[in-house]
Structures are given as structure tokens and as C-alpha cells.
Design a protein around this ligand. Structure first.
Ligand SMILES: *Cc1c(COP(=O)(O)O)cnc(C)c1O
Length: 358
């Protein structure tokens, strides 16, 4: 039986994507060859890369606006380093908003590189909220933020107008909600949260911000180099790129980000309503900053955990355990998670209430 998969990442992908990518492992496009054994320079694979790059920009509404989409190795974690490498000038500085563990990881890499200003942090409350009152220094080379804090279940609903290049780690909510993506100059996202399998990172960059650091950048870390080589500087992670393309096509056919946003909002509303209604549960993120993708919650009485855990596991739910730094539970409701799976969880929460209080 297929599980109701709440894994935070690598995560659920659409079933039809699994079927198509599995078929391509055996026979890609009727070629008699597996996607895993063809040259990345073959006509067929070049078409995959071109389509994936174009469709990513198309879905984000960035076609023809001076942006390039790249599919790179190294995960979002390598982008923590590539960002200062490509954008921080020799005597310059960078500004960061610290909203969680991943943001802190990005800050650590930038600090090793040059002057790094943390404009605000919610570390004082275990990252349960998004700081709102801060000013971004206008003389910084760029401002970096994290749109969705996967571990803590908070999400930025608004973004500041900084007047300087804006960089955003969108690993866990890209393609999940409508935004004016042209507000950002550099967006990156590890594929394994909302786009595809692990092993590839989407980088969307406005070309005009590059080439200003005055430093030598190693080729593999140089975004301009990757643009020139059309995202094939070296052998790309072909299977991860292909599967990401299938997910993007699935999303496009569904009606794009506008359509999935409605479904995602319905899922989040269903679950948060139950968390708020059910006296046995408490949300851990402040209400106004709650994430539509990752809902974090705990039991009002921890001693009930064995009962609840047995119940959700018996209902075919997987991956609900919270991150070790927060504890409790985390329901990751990425694009491919159906509304029915959320209903199953909500039903279990109600039955649990009856069992414990009844
Ligand atoms: C998972 C995650 C990362 C780390 O991604 P990797 O691809 O594993 O390096 C970074 N930022 C956010 C917001 C994440 O959710």
C-alpha cells in the first residue's frame, strides 16, 4: 500500500512522475537505451536540459526578464558558499536574515568569506517566528533570506524592499505559492523538497548581477561559467534533472503555481484548523508565520506520544516525526501530497482525542 508520505525531504513526488521516470530508466523515449546510459551531450538529453531550464523560468514568470535557470550539483548547501563567491565584492559585505538552521548555515559560509551582517535573528525563541523589524544596510552587496524554514515550520509572507540584490533560499517552498519572483536576483533550491529527487539544485539568477566581485572564481563555483556552458559545464545529474522536468511538467499541466497554491492552502488550512481545535495538540510556530509547507506541532501531554505514534503509523502515515531540534511532529505538505493524505492525518488526530479523552 502506498503510504501517506509526510517526509521533509527527500519527499513525495507525484505518482505519475515516479512511473514515467521508472519507465525512462528502462527505455528512454523509445530509444532502446536507459536515461542512465546515454550521453549527456546527446540530442535527447540536451533537449531535456533545455526544456527543464525553460519550464522553470516559465512557471516562475521569469521568461524574458534577464534570468537564467541552472541545474547544478552540490545541493542548497553549496549555494550557501557560491552566493558570497559570486556576489560579495572584495572589500564588501553581505546582509543576512537568520530564521532557522539553514539560514544559520548560509551565514556561517558567508562569514568565512567576508564581512557578514545579521540584520535580525529569531534564535532567541528557537526560530518560532520571522523577525519583522529590521533594516537592511543599503551598502551591502546583497541581502539573503530563507523563504521557508523547513525545520521550524515558519514561512516569510512578505519580503523587504532592500534596494540591493536579494538572494533567497527557496528550497522548501519553491513552486508552491505565487510570488513576484522578479523581486529576487538569485533564487536557489535543492530539488528534493518540492521538485525532484536529491542530487540537483535549481539556481535562478539575474545575469546582470554577476561579474562584479573583482575576484577569481573557481569554474565549478562560477555561475557565469555555468550559464555559458548551458548548465553542462561537467556531467549534470541526468536522472535528477529528468525527473525534475517531469515534476515541472506535471505542475504546468495542473495549472501552474496558481493552481497548486490553492491546493496547498486547503491542505494547510485543514491541518492547522485541527491543531488549533484539538486540545491534545499545540502548534510550535507563531500563527502569523506558520508555514503552508511544513506544519510543526507537539502534544499537549508528551506522555500520550506512544498512543498517537501507534495510531498514525497504523493509518499508513510515514515521516511525521519532528526534526530533532524541535521535537514533536512535522507534517510536510509539499506539492505532491494529496489533500486526502491530510484528511487521513486529521481523522487520526480526532480518533486520538476520542481515545484519550473518551
Ligand atoms: C533542506 C534544505 C537545505 C539543504 O539542502 P541540501 O540540498 O541538502 O544542501 C537548505 N535550505 C533549506 C531551506 C532546506 O530546506
Amino acid at each position: 500500500m502506498k503510504k501517506h508520505n509526510y517526509s521533509a525531504g527527500p519527499c513525495i513526488l507525484p505518482q505519475e512522475v515516479f512511473q514515467k521516470s521508472a519507465a525512462a530508466i528502462l527505455d528512454f523515449n523509445g530509444s532502446g537505451l536507459s536515461i542512465l546510459e546515454i550521453s549527456h551531450r546527446s540530442k535527447d538529453f540536451i533537449a531535456v536540459m533545455e526544456q527543464a531550464r525553460a519550464l522553470a523560468l516559465d512557471l516562475l514568470g521569469l521568461t524574458g526578464k534577464g534570468y537564467q535557470a541552472l541545474f547544478l550539483h552540490g545541493g542548497a548547501s553549496l549555494e550557501f558558499l557560491m552566493t558570497p563567491y559570486n556576489l560579495m565584492t572584495k572589500a564588501g559585505k553581505a546582509a543576512y536574515l537568520e530564521t532557522g538552521t539553514w539560514a544559520a548555515g548560509a551565514i556561517k559560509e558567508a562569514k568565512a568569506f567576508g564581512e557578514t551582517v545579521v540584520v535580525a535573528s529569531s534564535k532567541d525563541q528557537n526560530f518560532s517566528y520571522i523577525p519583522k523589524d529590521y533594516t537592511v544596510p543599503t551598502d551591502a552587496d546583497y541581502f539573503h533570506c530563507t523563504s521557508n524554514n523547513t525545520i521550524f515550520g515558519t514561512q516569510m509572507k512578505t519580503f523587504p524592499n532592500t534596494g540591493i540584490p536579494m538572494v533567497c533560499d527557496m528550497s522548501s517552498d519553491i513552486f508552491s505559492r505565487q510570488m513576484d519572483f522578479s523581486k529576487f536576483d538569485l533564487i536557489y533550491a535543492g530539488a528534493q523538497k518540492n521538485m525532484g529527487p536529491a542530487g540537483v539544485t535549481l539556481v535562478v539568477v539575474k545575469e546582470s548581477i554577476l561579474g562584479k566581485t573583482g575576484r577569481q572564481i573557481p569554474n565549478m563555483l562560477n555561475l557565469q561559467q555555468h550559464i555559458e556552458k548551458e548548465s553542462m559545464y561537467n556531467t549534470p545529474p541526468v536522472f535528477a534533472v529528468y525527473t525534475s522536468l517531469l515534476t515541472l511538467q506535471w505542475l504546468k499541466n495542473l495549472g501552474g503555481i496558481a493552481a497548486i497554491e490553492q491546493i496547498n492552502n486547503a491542505k494547510a488550512e485543514l491541518l492547522y484548523n485541527e491543531i488549533d481545535r484539538n486540545p491534545l495538540f499545540k502548534g510550535t510556530a507563531v500563527n502569523e508565520d506558520r508555514s503552508v509547507m511544513n506544519a510543526t506541532f507537539v502534544l499537549a501531554d508528551e506522555s500520550h506520544a506512544p498512543v498517537f505514534d501507534e495510531m498514525w503509523k497504523a493509518a499508513g502515515i510515514s515521516g511525521l516525526t519532528g526534526h530533532r531540534s524541535v521535537g514533536g511532529y512535522r507534517a510536510s505538505m509539499y506539492n505532491a501530497l494529496p489533500l486526502e493524505s491530510v484528511q487521513v492525518l486529521v481523522d487520526v488526530m480526532r480518533e486520538f482525542e476520542q481515545k484519550v479523552s473518551g
